[in-house]
Ligand binder design. Sequence first.
Ligand code: DGL
Length: 289
Amino acid sequence: MRNNAGNGGRIRDMGSADGPIGIFDSGIGGLTVLREIVKLMPREDTIYLGDTARVPYGIRSSETVIKYSLENTEFLLENEIKLLVVACNTASAISLDTLKKTTGVPVIGVLIPGAEAAVRSTANKKIGVIGTEATIRSSAYQRAIVSIDPGAEVIGVACPLFVPLVEEGWTDGEIARSVAVEYLSRLKESGIDTLVLGCTHYPMLKGTIKEVVGDGITLIDSAVETAIAVREVLETGGLQKRRNDSPARKFFVTDDPERFRKVGERFLGHGIACIEKVEIPRARQALKR
Ligand code: DGL
């Protein structure tokens, strides 16, 4: 089993195998993780919470990110999830340890699966990581990679403009390319052979990033690696869904659902039937319906 399936067991019991997989992100970007989870485990029920009222997390202090993460987790636990996926890289980098200590279901963040895949992929032990300012400032990817391979060298670069570019739909073309060249040229010259896409939105820019860094650098998509980790934890924990009904997909947001729908449908490549707005942390009324 991968080493990121924590189970502090302090305040909740293990969820039932027929409970949904709970996923939270600061907003829309975590849909890249949901997409991979659904691709790999199409029968599983899912509940996605996008904290759209408080996005972005990537520029916030650690204290604030931990507070938001705990509140989001509480909401999902009230929905009787069997496993928690922290889809937001910033929240994974900053609050994963706290969530594992206070949550009795397995907790999987996007960071460790990405770090493990990077170590498996690199030949020259030079790994680049791109993410939000808070993720890079936390050095969490660096710590995770070096704890797996102490000989690895990790170079982190914050790429804050990538998030608004993706949300605007500008994932290719001249503007996206110029921004990518600006952020990634130095990384490319540093001799890395592996680059971790350490932010929910970056898989949407894969084509442009690949074009800029070239074929000699392998891109690690944390969303794909996280879905694989989730499947492993469900299998090892005997937590795979047993019921044979069609999968339920629930979406909650903390701000107006319309923008989430418009941008989110682009992320998922299909329509989103129902999105409910909830108050976090005062979300419990919505849960009881
Ligand atoms: N979801 C965030 C992440 O993966 C990006 C958006 C934000 O800054 O909140 O780090």
